[in-house]
Each structure stands twice: as structure tokens, then as C-alpha cells.
Unconditional design. Sequence first.
Length: 454
Amino acid sequence: MKWLKRIGLVLGVLILLLAVVPFFISLDDYIPRIEEEISARLKEPVKIGGLRAAALPLPHVTVDGITVGKTEDIKVGKVTITPDFWSLLEPTKVIKSIEIEQFILTQKAIDKIPAWTKTDPKQKQEPAAMRVESITINDALVKLDKASFGPFDAQLNMNSSGDLEDASLATQDGKLKAYVKPDKSNYLIDASAKAWKLPVGPAIQFDELNIKGVATLKGANLNYVRAKLYGGTVAGKANVAWQKGMQLKGNFDVNQVELKPLVPLLSPGTNVSGKLNAKPVFSANAANAGQLMNALHLETPFNVQNGVLYGVDVSKAATSLISRDGGKGGETRFDTLSGHLVMDRGTYRFTQLNVASGSLAANGNVTISPEKELSGRVNAQVKAGQVTAASVPLNVSGTVQSPILLPTAGYLAGAAVGTAILGPGLGTSIGTTIGSGISRLFGGDEEKKEEKKK
């Protein structure tokens, strides 16, 4: 039994030495050489805070405080590298795992990735001297120019040839999960989300989101996009390319999406409610992902049911000829609101507008500038009992926060002349009818001129 105790004592001392000795072996002398080699490869300054080795529970090396770039475009809290000890004697060294903690990637780093990963086609490809079996990323964060994505965790597994076998990503709040699997030269994508907000652009929240598609090193074809949001559904497809800047195009089918919580996200200050049906076709070309929304071009017919236009009373504007408030501060309820929308770089052009409710019918064209200023013309008819008034042409002005609808000068002039000649009532009615016709005549010419300018 004494020999057993002695062996146990020897093993205990050996384990203690393996655990303690690495703390007394400094690897700091290697840091400048490692920094120099990585900096030369990336053509960016690289700094390493600390480097140490340990033997337990498996032999591994830990690197602390890594930064890349003059403005710290990449920051890594800690990297733990665990090699296959016996492979160190073989021509191809095997790294069993690389664990990365507290990884921060900025927009500047994303923009530089194509240059960092670029290879010289004339350079002879040598057999890999090292193979990594798995990479684990914990507590990662991507910081874009005006937004961020994360924190999230990711796992990459490689096959015996060192090529990617599969990859998975999940946000730490569990709202988004994504899975990627190579398929020859492509990558199959399967992503799903619940109660998740877009990290880039408008903070649209999805009750459910499912995306499937195929990606390459140059872009992705997302041929299956299905979402539930704001009481309705969206289905369609999209293509994204990132070889030279960012390009986006696609089309969706929107059904019964409630506008009241959604519209302020897309156009701050605009307030409208109702169930939207639309078939948008969109495209964008920008330098990076953060600029895509500003470069977006979208066209769609649309139909909104049982809603309210907040901030303006079209009926009041059409019937109160002597009022100068332009229907401000009220609201317009409608059964249907339909038309065609073209959105281009922050400008919204609504054409073929038609508004219908029990007592109101209106049509026209309205433009919202990038500064949220309104312009256009609306022709309104208001029904009182069994009598329908003549069409009243209204000039649209003001802003989305404070819209103004006022009768045109021609319409008011006709009303004034008719009243003066024939008196109130019949004279006013005949005068406004004539004035309305004159306004439509000249207004139509002006609208045609505007269309030619566009």
C-alpha cells in the first residue's frame, strides 16, 4: 500500500507542477513577433495584451486583449487555443478548438474584410500546415454606423479537410437563430426569429420571421421569406450582394398589416391607421448596409381598409371655404384608401389616390419630400344627406406633422364671383362649379408639367 501512496503523491505533485509552472513561464517575448506577422498580413496595426500557456485541463494557449486597426476596428477580450498535442509532431498541426470571448466587430472592420481575405491568384497554394476543428464565439457584438447586432454566440465546425461543415448563430436573448451548411460552392441558409427587431434601418418588430436561401461569397439569394408582423403577413423573396458595396432587390406580398404602429417607423411624423394590402418591388445600391434604407427605391400599388388619416380633416377643408386652418388638427376616417406609391431616396410620391367613406370621396396626388414637406392636389366631394357637393380642388401643403389643405385660388375666385352676381346659395354653387373646372384645367396642366420634370 505504501507504493500506491507514493505513486499518488508523485502524480499529485506532477499535476500541481503542470498547473503552476505555466504561470512562471513568460511568453511575452513572443508577442512583438506575432503582432508584426499579423500586422503585415492585414496591413493594419495589431496589438496583443498578454500571452500565456497552461497544461490543464488540456494543453492550451490563451491570448488576451487583442485589437486590430488604429481605431480598434476589432476587439477581442480573450482567445483560447487548444491544440491536439500529438499532432504537433506531424506535418499538419491540428487545433482542436479556438474559443473567442467578448468579440467586437465594427463597421470599419466589415468594410475591410474583402481586402483582408483577398488572395493572389498567381501565388501557389501550399498544403495547409494547420487544421482547425472547431471555433466557438461567445458574447459577440457587431457595431454598425448607426446600429448594432448582438450580443450573440456562434459555433463553427470543420471537417477532416479543414473546410466548414456547419455553422450556427443565436442571439443571447434567444430571439434569433440561424444555421448555415455548405453545399458545394454555396451555403444553405435557414434562419428564424420571434419577437425580433431589425438591427439595421427602421426598428420593425417581427412576431415571426423565417428565411431560407442560398449564399455565396458574393451575395445571397433569399428565395423564401415569410413573416408575421403587426397583425398581418408578408411573403416574398430578396437578393443581397456585397462584393462591391451593398445591393438589394426583391418583392413582397403584404396582407392585412396594421399601419398605425408601423408607419411612424418608416416615415417619422406620419400617422395613419388601417389594414394595408400591397405588392412592393424594391431595390437599393449603397456603400454599406447602414446606408441601404437611404438608397431604397420602392414601387407598389396599395389598398388600406377601415382607417384614419390623423392630423387633417379633408371634409372640413372642402366645406369651410372661408376657413384658413386647412383642416388642420382633425382626422379623416375612410372605408378605403388606395393608390400607387413610389418611394425613392426618402421621397414618397402617392399617385392615383382615392379615398372613400360614407360621406367623403376624394382623389389626387401627394408628394412627401425627404424633409417631410407636403405638396400636391386633392379633389374632394362631401355628401350632406342626399346632396353631393361639387368637387372641391384642394392644394396640399405643410408637413406630415401639420398638413394643410386649402381650396385653390381659382375655386375661391369662382365662389366669390358667383355669390356677388347671383347671391348666396345658387350663385355660390354655380361659381364654385365654374371655379372648380378652371382649377382642374390649369391644375391638370401643372401636374403634367411636374410629371415631365420627373
